[in-house]
Design a protein around this ligand. Sequence first.
Ligand SMILES: *[C@@H]1O[C@H](CO)[C@@H](O)[C@H](O)[C@H]1NC(C)=O
Ligand SMILES: *[C@@H]1O[C@H](CO)[C@@H](O)[C@H](O)[C@H]1NC(C)=O
Ligand SMILES: CC(=O)N[C@H]1CO[C@H](CO)[C@@H](O)[C@@H]1O
Length: 474
Amino acid sequence: MRKNQFIGVTFVCVCLWVVVTYYLFLDRPLNHKPDQVRDTPQLHDNISLQKQNQIEEHLNLLESKLKEQFLDGEKLLQDLKSIVKEQQLSVKASEDRGVGEEEQLGRQQEEEEDEQINQVRLLAKQILPDGGPVIAVLVFACNRITVSKCIDQLLKYRPSRERFPIIVSQDCGHRPTADVIELYGDEITRIEQPDQSDITVPPKEKKFKGYFKIARHYGWALNYTFFKFNFETAIIVEDDLDIAPDFFEYFLGTYPILKRDPTLWCVSAWNDNGKVGLVDENAPDLLYRTDFFPGLGWMLTKSIWAELAPKWPSSYWDDWVRQPEQRRNRACIRPEISRTRTFGKIGVSNGHFYEKHLKYIKLNEKFVPFTQKNLSYLLKDNYDVQFVKQVYESLVVSYQELKSGSIVSQGSVRIPYHTNDIYKRTAKMLGLMDDFRSGVPRTGYRGVVSFLYKGRRVYLAPNANWKGYDPGWS
Ligand SMILES: *[C@@H]1O[C@H](CO)[C@@H](O)[C@H](O)[C@H]1NC(C)=O
Ligand SMILES: *[C@@H]1O[C@H](CO)[C@@H](O)[C@H](O)[C@H]1NC(C)=O
Ligand SMILES: CC(=O)N[C@H]1CO[C@H](CO)[C@@H](O)[C@@H]1O
């Protein structure tokens, strides 16, 4: 503490010196301007102008010197004050450290977390040589060690580490999964959902508890990605997805369209009706707009997240974003041939759905250079005109005619529907998904579902005077 005493004494001396200087300085008529001096009677009578000027000069000199000293003193005083303050703080900190190991550990963790945030923030705000975007890839993991299969593919096809930083967010506190993720070292950024508290679920929904945990994890991890790491755009991937070789190229190519068109809110890699036979394998470059949120590998921007985050639901988030209040008449982009495929059948969503449907989805194999393509046909103003024309100029046929192969003309055809039931029945016969969410059929755009049947383009479509979705259709 000898150092402290020394600082104390110096401090007092400087204070005294500053006070003395200050009073000396105050005793002088400081603010005289020459006219004021000349107005003083004694001087006026007895001293010649020359002498008067000389004195004035001296006074001015003295004044500025005093001012200088005064400022120096003040600065010294400030410096000393801050040194003393620092010392006090460090003494206090070392005392606190003695309080509890646990607290110290907590603080250390916090510091590490802050450091990670700072580092990733730098990644997020990098200016890349081509001026293109930095897009985070956020992988959701829980208790499946097969997450490595997904991460391996992301690393394999990732064209640039700088452009696509990978964040793996783990929930569930499953140690074996955490171990697998840790093996990737600094190839990825690992974050862990801290809230492992039990969730109270309404009794009726007990068996859907998993969906509540997923929604909580999504809310936390997306906040972290956009608001802590400060990314402007992110691609969301779940731990059970295979990806296509042009997965990254697809998102990079569609990114400018998503940014430019306010009637879009996401880009998805998934086609809900993307089974072999229902898609045109010669058209891997074909993209659509859809009113149905497909999920399963999808991209969103910070501004969309800022809109959804404050009202994020406690469960069933995907059906929630499909509701009119969230969707607000906006669409997503989706491909003809999926750029993702799910391999995990043991999960929250039931295995039956996987066996019956998901497992037949075709994963694209041909690399399409989307960033080199002109995708402005996907902008609403261009797309709607073209799409409506294409659909409603197609020959109207019945399911039976289509099935029997009796249609002579070439080109696309249209099967009309005008009720919920007719839609469902026809969709089922054609091997399409037959369900609705908030009145929107899967892959639908303006109510129209586009697919391939025996090599022919078919549109299952409402009447041309369609007025919008009926949320009552389910
Ligand atoms: C995410 O951030 C939003 C906006 O700041 C906030 O309202 C919400 O509670 C956060 N959600 C979670 C799960 O932290
Ligand atoms: C891109 O396509 C749009 C039509 O969708 C067209 O108007 C535009 O001129 C094209 N741009 C280029 C550079 O070819
Ligand atoms: C006695 C004397 O020198 N008086 C002078 C005082 O100053 C005024 C103004 O400059 C002069 O006019 C006086 O002569």
